[in-house]
Design a protein around this ligand. Structure first.
Ligand code: HSE
Length: 406
């Protein structure tokens, strides 16, 4: 029998207990031993809950119990999650976590402790919820030099973008709807400002490129400025707008970015709708691959956590290798990243287009019949620095800008 403890009995922690109880026979068969939940740590009591008898309030009981071999961390946030996870690993217990903030900030340190102890620190659920992506990056795509990883990594914002695109809804209304459906947090800042996607692309990039990518160095822009009129333009161009986390190996180095992008039907990410997530990977020998599925929610995320528990149980005294070294990947300056820019301009096309072309180069123009007071252009490829310089010259004539996915 392998005893485990679950720290944090919220949505995902509750899902972990439910998955282990529901599928205990098949899970035990896959491990070759029984997985037994010995403790569930939470500040709260849960009278009447099936796990009531497992609830404890004192972390010391877990870390000091030599019978506990694997610990699940589903508390979220940095503290006390970091202290608890570190102490569990130092005590020789493998850890499976869904906590992207913890992995993005302390992943290197925690993996090094696990390695020194011949145990595991696993985090499949930290990116893309139930979608297997960490394990494929670690063990399936090892023949490739990965040159792009781009994902729809946040279910809440993808739900919002889908509603805005398909129903012409306004940002504030779809946010309220996402909150009512329980997709967005009560404070949805981390979702809509891109912070959640930023941590996820930092983790995926670190694994894909083999060196630590610091999430604090990733240019991050959320979806708060996207309007129903932007979506009308997107539709007019046969495209849509998605919040993407993207990192690429280009001639001058590596870049990573989180921002809303215009994408067309030629991209496999175009049809990823509602709360679904998808991660597109391009490898130099593989070509294209995409991983698609339920990127958030109780049971999909718990499925990934329990998969890690099974893997940890199968590798009790052996660290599963990964490709993430402690060396830091220096990202290119965002100023040097090349893109095409969709720019909305105040004024009529007849009056303004020549002046815009004189500044931005040979742009394509798009006009909406119901908005004669403005038009839009898509620029040729240029660097962010060049765009900024041209944009400054046009000043307050620019109503908004969205990057176009290359
Ligand atoms: N708030 C996140 C999302 C949860 O909407 O994708 C999963 O990380």
């Amino acid at each position: 029998m392998i005893n485990i403890a679950v720290m944090g009995y919220g949505t995902v922690g509750g899902g972990v207990v439910e998955v282990i109880n529901t599928n205990h026979e098949s899970i035990n068969k896959r491990v070759g031993e029984e997985i037994n939940i010995k403790y569930v740590l939470d500040l709260r009591d849960f009278p009447g809950d099936p796990a009531e008898h497992l609830i404890i309030h004192d972390f010391e009981q877990i870390v000091n119990d030599p019978e506990v071999k694997i610990v699940v961390e589903t508390m979220g946030g940095l503290e006390p999650a970091h202290t608890f996870v570190k102490r569990c690993l130092e005590a020789g217990k493998s850890v499976a976590t869904s906590n992207k903030a913890l992995v993005a900030k302390f992943g290197v340190e925690l993996m090094e402790i696990a390695k020194a102890k011949n145990i595991n620190f696993l985090f499949e659920a930290s990116c893309g919820g139930g979608i297997p992506i960490i394990r494929p990056l670690n063990s399936s795509l090892t023949a490739d030099e990965i040159d792009e990883i781009t994902g729809i990594l946040n279910g809440t914002t993808n739900y919002m973008m889908t509603k805005m695109s398909m129903e012409g809804a306004e940002f504030d209304d779809v946010l309220k709807d996402a909150q009512a459906k329980g997709y967005a947090e009560a404070d949805p800042t981390a979702d809509i400002e891109g912070h959640d996607a930023c941590r996820k692309i930092a983790i995926l990039s670190s694994l894909a490129f083999g060196q630590f990518v610091d999430f604090e160095e990733i240019y991050t822009e959320g979806i708060t400025k996207i309007t129903a009129v932007d979506m009308e333009y997107a539709r007019e161009m046969g495209q849509t707008i998605k919040l993407l986390g993207t990192s690429r190996r280009v001639e001058d180095g590596f870049y990573a970015m989180v921002a809303p992008f215009l994408i067309g039907p030629e991209s496999p990410l175009y049809s990823v709708n509602d709360v679904f997530n998808a991660i597109f990977v391009h490898g130099n020998v593989l070509g294209d691959a995409m991983f698609y599925g339920s990127g958030a929610g109780k049971l999909p995320t718990a499925s990934a956590v329990v998969g890690d528990v099974v893997d940890a149980a199968r590798h009790m005294h052996c660290t599963i290798m990964n490709n993430w070294s402690s060396g830091k990947l220096e990202l290119m300056s965002t100023d040097d990243v090349q893109a095409r820019f969709f720019v909305r301009i105040q004024g009529s096309q007849a009056e303004m287009l020549e002046a815009v072309k004189a500044e931005m180069g040979d742009c394509e123009a798009i006009a909406l019949e119901n908005h004669p007071e403005e038009f839009a252009v898509v620029t040729p490829v240029m660097s962010e620095k060049e765009y900024k310089a041209h944009g400054e010259k046009l000043g307050d004539k620019i109503l908004g800008m969205i990057r176009v996915k290359l």
